[in-house]
Design a protein around this ligand. Sequence first.
Ligand code: BES
Ligand code: MN
Ligand code: ZN
Length: 508
Amino acid sequence: MPLTVGASLLPRLGSRLPPFGPRPLEAYISAITSGEAEPADLIAIGVQDGGAPLACAPLDALLPASASRLAESYGHSGKPGEIAESAISVADRVVRVLLLGVGDLSAGALRRAGAELARRCADGKTAVTDIGEHDAQAFCEGVLLGGYRFRIRSSPDEAVPGEVQLLSADPEAAVAGVHRATIVGQAVAAARDLANTPSAGKSPQWLADEAIRITAGRGVDVRVWAEEELAASGFGGLVAVGSGSVRPPRLIELSYQPPDPTSHVVLVGKGITFDSGGLSLKPTDSMKLMKTDMAGGGAVIAVLSALADLGVSARVTGLVAAAENMPSGSAYRPGDVISQYGGRSVEVLNTDAEGRLVLADALAYAVARLAPDQIVDIATLTGAARVALGGVYAALYATSDSLANSLVAAGEASGDRLWRMPLESGYRPSLDSPVAEIAHVARSGPGAGSILAALFLREFVAATPWAHLDIAGPGRAGADDGELTKGATGFGTRLLLTWLAGTPERAG
Ligand code: BES
Ligand code: MN
Ligand code: ZN
């Protein structure tokens, strides 16, 4: 017997949204509406900071006491994601009641609340909740991202997705929010899947094939540059870094071209499918997480897959510089001098600083061949960025204040947060080389490892407004936390989609 939740709000959108994108999600959201919800296993009632519950008339009627008395008796603080749980009996069913902290109802608080709800209604369970007139997109992103799981199993995974039925005081806005959240949730899940995939199955060509699969039918042209073309065109960084692996490097070029584009943005992603360090070999403990060293490139692929669905009006080109950094008899060496795209000579001092070498080629190619209005690169580039900022903030470097400010704002809005760092030119002399035009790391020097990497990259962007995101910290999470799940986070996907949907200006 269906659980009746009260007054009709709008015609129901459909019990499940169509499966946007390439990937089934672990949670679904019905933007609801109807007076009759399907039988629910859980009822979630939002509790604000200080313990005041959200008004929720249709659900209230089912409770043994008013929501505020329940919240009081549990001593519920309203902290985002805090849950107090009890059970009631409705007709012949046991229904769990969750008092769900929604904090100050900010987007960040709602994401965290949605994520905790998703964790309680995995595996085919249905939850119903009412978020009043508040931000449905943020809440639903939390549900979809918190419900994400990555599993490798010997037999087909038969887990059934959970479902959250959403009541809203502003159903039209809620439907739009659910729609956008589903597009974003799909993209982030795709980025997480790419980075969570073990490197045994993740060659540069595999990444290219996935880019084609994930963007298929989504308004994106994909060109995959083979190793011979890269060598012939002067991509000396990609070729050198990839030379130690039996699985050759690729440049994956993804083009999204809407009619009458407002500007042209190039996104460059680091796509190191495994970073052993090369001949400058990493110790095991540092190496074991390096399947995620293509997280920046994964985010770029995921972003490109969602632009058409979000109606982004800028032309966007994604460049994923993909290589596997391995030691072998054919590997590049400390002391080598390579020639980056465009011909600049670079002295290699440490083969573990490979990311900047593959990025430099892509940046130089973008400037020379694509003439974009703005370039943003994203890379798990330095342990130093992680040491400085931890897992919450990515390090942002930019040659343009307006570009930096718009990215920081998109970060705060999306939850992928950025902290701007200085491009301190005073450190640049430590990259001087006695043999080449520049060295890619300091021989000895001021520390500032993340800044030096950014200063190196800056040499390849000429006058194009440019921003660099070092995501070595937030690219992976050590444990489930709010909308983040242990492992790859898909960091940058939400940020860049939010930024691009706001239509970056032509002038940087
Ligand atoms: N992929 C690593 C950076 C990294 C470290 C990402 C930890 C995520 C977590 C990068 O290629 C690297 O090895 N960087 C070196 C640079 C050094 C050799 C100048 C580093 O940070 O130690
Ligand atoms: Mn490395
Ligand atoms: Zn790396």
